[in-house]
Design a protein around this ligand. Structure first.
Ligand code: KG4
Ligand code: ZN
Length: 325
């Protein structure tokens, strides 16, 4: 079995995964959403302190598995440096204490592997990762062959939902709140410009849309918020669809996946389904439960890394806040 730790942002999570079967034997996550909500976003130092409290508590519950552990895995990049270090320090203590090897896992690969929790892997696939920290498209051939073909030049898709929600006083995280409000709104009422419409570059940008929404919110009354939310969600999604449609002209999809916290967005899911129809491409989605940060996905990567003997050295495993895939 492998014990895996995730603390890259505001979720403290630990899992136990069985190597031979990919079975998830234990998973517990303590989210800090309530604590950060009043600030409208994650406060790194507060998050680090909460991880320091939560992780050892969850680890205690894993004691019955200690004897059977073959390795300990931990998210070491990318993420908030001060929160990653909490997980990495604990993982190093487990590694020394139980005399087992340590595996440093990339959080973005974790999101890709959220598709394969308790399952076999399916490769090759084209992946759209939409989270709070990232918006990128990747061609994934295997655990070690991942090519990023497009990413955001500024804000991420999820982050733009968080910022728009903050403007409307809806708290953090903004994604679910905006999705809920948008259900009752008119998607065409606000004619926001689709980002990067005239640039041929395969890339994303959300800062312009965010600023357009800020102006609309400033002039609106609270009754208009649902229409702003619906129009924003529509254009934010249309931007992804527009860029993917162009990419597919040269690289038609066969198996496509959406992962990351914002892949829980139902409007995005339905629009991607429509986009894939003419290609007869298969759409892979993670369980709603495992879209946002969790340790089950880190454990699933760790199983494949263990089998490939991709261990880290205790001395050299460090946190890397920014990492390119
Ligand atoms: O993957 P994740 O848990 O953390 C990162 O790795 O960043 O993603 C969190 C992000 C937040 O920005 C949150 O607002 C967004 O995912 N999110 C959503 C939805 N649910 C979560 N965005 C849009 N629609 C949703 N339903
Ligand atoms: Zn994440």
């Amino acid at each position: 079995m492998i014990l895996s730790i995730e603390s890259s942002c505001d979720d403290s999570a630990i899992s136990i995964t069985e190597i031979a079967t990919n079975r998830l034997l234990f998973h517990k996550k303590i989210s800090q959403e309530l604590e950060h909500s009043i600030y409208g976003g994650v406060v790194p130092e507060l998050a680090a302190r909460l991880h320091a409290e939560a992780l050892p508590k969850i680890l205690e519950e894993c004691e019955p598995y200690f004897e059977k552990l073959k390795a300990v895995a931990v998210t070491s990049s990318p993420g908030l440096a001060v929160t990653l270090i909490e997980g990495v320090t604990l993982a190093k203590a487990v590694s020394v204490g139980l005399d087992i090897p340590i595996i440093g896992v990339n959080h973005l690969i974790g999101h890709i592997y959220s598709l394969f929790i308790e399952k076999e892997t399916i490769f090759p696939l084209t992946v759209l990762l939409v989270s709070g920290g990232h918006t990128q498209v990747m061609e994934v051939k295997s655990l070690t062959e991942i090519e990023t073909v497009a990413k955001s030049m500024d804000d991420s898709f999820g982050e733009s939902f968080d910022k728009v929600a903050k403007m409307m006083g809806l708290g953090y995280p903004g994604g679910p709140a905006i999705q809920n409000l948008a259900k009752e709104g008119a998607r065409k009422r606000y004619d926001f410009t689709v980002p990067l419409l005239r640039t041929p570059k395969f890339a994303f940008s959300y800062s312009g849309l965010k600023n357009a929404v800020r102006l609309a919110v400033a002039e609106a009354s609270e009754e208009d918020y649902k229409d702003i939310a619906a129009s924003f969600e529509h254009i934010a999604t249309k931007h992804l669809i527009h860029k993917l449609k162009k990419y597919f002209l040269n690289y038609p999809p066969k198996t496509f996946a959406i992962v990351g916290g914002a892949s829980a967005n139902l409007y995005l899911r339905s629009q991607i389904e429509e986009l894939l129809k003419p290609y007869g491409a298969k759409l892979l989605l993670s369980d709603l439960h495992y879209c946002s940060d969790n340790a089950a996905m880190i454990g699933r990567v760790a199983v494949d890394m263990y089998k490939a003997k991709m261990f880290s050295s205790l001395e050299e495993l460090n946190v890397v806040a920014k990492s390119n895939l």
